[in-house]
Design a protein around this ligand. Structure first.
Ligand SMILES: C[S@@+](CC[C@H](N)C(=O)[O-])C[C@H]1O[C@@H](n2cnc3c(N)ncnc32)[C@H](O)[C@@H]1O
Length: 399
């Protein structure tokens, strides 16, 4: 590539990055991000406020004519609550035991072409794949993108269906576990090498014959899908590498796919049960906007904690489904050991130091109405939405 061309491309990348940061900062200035760490176990209500311009940016990726770099310059006119969404907040604490397989000599630290694997990730290799020593393949990027096996197993335990689609398969961390609990899995990815690695890894776990690997863009795949009815779609889009934690909050627009809103819309069209695997500091106001856009009055936000070295929030999984409104309000923390026994041990525990954080995001009036909606189901939920908005003395924002 010509040096001049490289410079232009780099400039464009830097400008794009700065502009995204500015847009993100201006949204945060309108209303502080709603973070999972602030949400207690149980029911909360998200009431996202946006201007029409910032909503257009979030939903359609349309940048305002003059990117509002100074949040104070953001026009406040038209700021309104977009919609309401009930968040059923559950908490799961995972403990992962990874006994080394007997009789196999661990390989030396893996070198991939020019790039050596960071020792921090190498030490966690059995957390990513307990059967790592049997020849698991991962490219350098996959080391920080793969879903840890304990988390993938846990999600798969909740996904026991006939047909599950993993729309962003990567090297197969989730698809392999889905194949252990569901009858068949369709695993889609735009990266052919990742899919080849996923197929290889699935053979190690003895489930390759239950997974159909499809090399495609998920949006196109969903548009053309003609197979068996899909029971659930899982999406774990790229978060942008280890640097995604540098910002105090994560925007859905930070997701590194051409358009996360299109990806989600494609998933919701394929099946009205979608799980989204997101960073722990995702702004849940945006998740609520996404849910409302697709007609989900309630979502489950599962906070996944790791126990070691000290209990810490690792990530969130958001479940969009009409089942959510019926499933009741989470009351206790689930603790789960993965990897010690083949049959996982489930323990329900009320007494945990993780409960009892502040309820800053709960709006009392809406809380009461939504509690009723959750009791009486989806149809009721839809009919009370206007009432909820009236209680808050706001109207839905049109874009
Ligand atoms: C975070 S990784 C998934 C990791 C996977 N859950 C695992 O455990 O191995 C995200 C994957 O999404 C893929 N991807 C990005 N955009 C995509 C699209 N439009 N359609 C399908 N896959 C896409 C990337 O190639 C990448 O492999």
């Amino acid at each position: 590539m010509e040096p001049e061309h490289c410079r232009n491309e780099l400039n464009a990348l830097v400008c794009d990055f700065v502009e995204r940061l500015c847009l993100k900062a201006s949204c945060a200035a309108l209303q502080p991000p709603l973070l999972a760490e602030k949400l207690p176990l149980g029911l909360s209500v998200a009431a996202p406020k946006r201007t029409a311009a910032s909503l257009r940016w979030l939903l359609r990726g349309e940048r305002p004519a003059n990117a509002p770099c100074d949040p104070s310059e953001q026009e406040e006119a038209g700021l309104a609550v977009v919609d309401l969404c009930a968040l059923l907040v559950s908490e799961t604490v995972l403990v992962h035991y990874t006994p080394r397989p007997k009789g196999i000599t661990p390989p030396p630290i893996q070198q991939s072409g020019e790039e050596a694997i960071d020792e921090k990730y190498w030490k966690r290799r059995y957390n990513y794949f307990a059967r790592f020593d049997e020849g698991i393949r991962m490219d350098p990027g996959a080391w920080f993108e793969v879903t840890p096996e304990s988390v993938a197993r846990h999600i798969a335990d909740r996904f026991q269906y006939d047909t599950v689609v993993d729309g962003t398969c990567g090297v197969g961390g989730n698809a392999i576990q889905f194949a252990m609990t569901s009858r068949s899995v369709v695993a889609v990815d735009t990266d052919a090498q990742r899919l080849a690695d996923a197929r290889h890894n699935a053979r190690i776990y003895g489930v390759a014959d239950r997974i159909r690997f499809v090399h495609d863009d998920f949006v196109k795949f969903a548009d053309n899908y003609t197979g068996a009815p899909v029971d659930a779609v899982f999406l774990s889009p790229p978060w942008g590498g280890p640097g995604h934690l540098d910002c105090p909050h994560f925007s859905l627009r930070d997701v590194q796919v051409p358009d996360i809103m299109q990806l989600f819309a494609a998933a919701a069209k394929l099946c009205p049960r979608v799980a989204l695997y997101l960073p722990r500091h995702t702004d849940l106001h945006e998740v609520a906007i996404l849910a409302a856009q697709h007609g989900f009055p309630a979502v489950e936000v599962e906070k996944v904690f790791f126990q070691h070295p000290t209990p810490h929030l690792k990530l969130v999984v958001v479940y969009f489904s009409s089942d959510v409104a019926q499933q009741g309000i989470p009351k206790s923390i689930t603790q789960k050991s993965v990897g010690r026994d083949r049959a996982q041990r489930l323990m329900q525990s009320k007494a945990s130091g993780l409960a009892g954080r502040d309820r800053a995001a709960t709006l009392p009036e809406a809380y009461a109405v939504l509690a009723l909606s959750l009791t009486f189901g989806r149809a009721f939920c839809e009919s009370v939405r206007l009432l909820e908005l009236r209680l808050l003395k706001v109207r839905p924002l049109q874009i």
